[in-house]
Write a protein that binds this ligand. Structure first.
Ligand code: FDA
Length: 307
């Protein structure tokens, strides 16, 4: 396993420790501000508006995952519907991301499907695009089944995510290709064992480029979601060389990460979206961001020291 991935694995493990979690929840407020737009919908809409002014579109994401009761899942659905209704009033591109475990996937696939259906009915009427994030490997198959079911029911404004670190992803792409999918391609953010995922950054990057190029060649609309300058550069070069127009793909980055690059890509005429998370349940999201970059450990230390 390479060092960056070993670091990620360690951070994600330590982050689950109740003592660490308690400490970060008490003292890590300054830290979460770097990656999260705020705890309320109003704060998220304000952040989205500021991005719009810079030519970057927002993907609104109500934080929450792994709910433990149907009541909680239904409460999240209600909050997401509030978001959809608020976006319906906005003049900018309307875009939402969500997680199926937020809608009760771990309780029952039928429940998550039913709650997704309710969201998509309103979202389609309001012109809001909805993307299902991809979570850890035990949930991939169910996520793809739900995607397939909803596309078969005729919901068109629905996208999903593929992760280049999983060995299975190319076969998953074959599975969903008949539905003319809108795919966000990412490297993958979870701690995955070597039985299911590449453990070497070079292989994950190579697979990312392979999948990206295949999708672009086959006419899949691709949201290229990475901050990696090498991969972004290669995406630009490849699309130019192949004559793939800029309306066949876009770049997506996370709120708070490389904001100057987000603006630069937008100025160059690319569609750019920033993933804007908000809400009270920011801890797992923040842990994954810290785990992505060893330098971020200093942010944790500084924030705990009150800096
Ligand atoms: P990599 O980790 O190699 O980083 C490249 C460079 O980017 C770093 O050297 C650094 O400069 C910068 N960088 C990266 N992460 C940073 C951070 N946290 N803070 C500061 N700088 C950072 N994953 C998943 O499993 N399911 C999903 O649904 C999604 N959804 C998603 C949406 C969007 C819009 C993005 C951008 C990413 C995701 N991800 C995701 C996360 C993704 O899998 C991956 O973990 C991160 O994007 C980090 O990987 P990079 O591709 O940026 O490369």
């Amino acid at each position: 396993m390479d060092l960056t991935l070993a670091y990620r694995s360690l951070v994600l493990q330590v982050a689950e420790h109740p003592w660490v979690k308690g400490l970060i929840l008490r003292r890590g407020r300054g830290l979460y501000r770097r990656y999260v737009a705020g705890e309320t919908l109003e704060e998220a809409l304000k952040a989205a508006e500021a991005l719009e002014k810079e030519g970057v579109h927002a993907i609104l994401d109500l934080l929450g995952e792994m709910v433990r009761s149907e009541e909680e899942a239904r409460a999240f659905q209600e909050e997401i519907l509030k978001l959809v209704r608020a976006l319906a009033q906005k003049p900018w591109p309307r875009y939402v991301s969500l997680k199926l475990t937020q809608l009760g996937l771990d309780l029952s696939e039928e429940l998550a499907l039913e709650l997704m259906r309710g969201i998509l009915r309103e979202a389609e009427a309001a012109g809001v695009f909805v993307r299902m994030d991809m979570e850890d490997s035990p949930r991939v198959e169910a996520t793809l089944r739900i995607y397939e079911a909803l596309r078969k029911e005729g919901f068109a404004g629905l996208g999903l995510v593929l992760q280049s670190y999983l060995y299975r992803t190319e076969k998953d792409l074959d599975w969903i290709l008949p539905y003319r999918p809108n795919v966000r391609l990412v490297k993958g953010a979870y701690k995955e064992p070597k039985e299911v995922a590449f453990q070497d950054k070079r292989l994950i990057d190579a697979e990312f480029l392979h999948l990206m190029k295949r999708m672009l060649r086959e006419g899949v609309y691709v949201a290229i979601a990475t901050h990696d300058p090498r991969l972004i550069g290669e995406a630009k070069r490849y699309t130019e060389a192949m004559g793939i127009p800029k309306d066949r793909f876009e770049f997506q980055l996370l709120f708070g990460v490389r904001p100057e690059e987000q603006r630069r890509l937008a100025r160059e005429g690319y569609t750019v979206r920033a993933y804007v998370p908000y809400g009270r349940f920011w801890y797992p999201y923040l842990s994954r961001r810290i785990a992505e970059r060893p330098e971020n450990l200093w942010l944790v230390v500084r924030s705990l020291l009150g800096g």
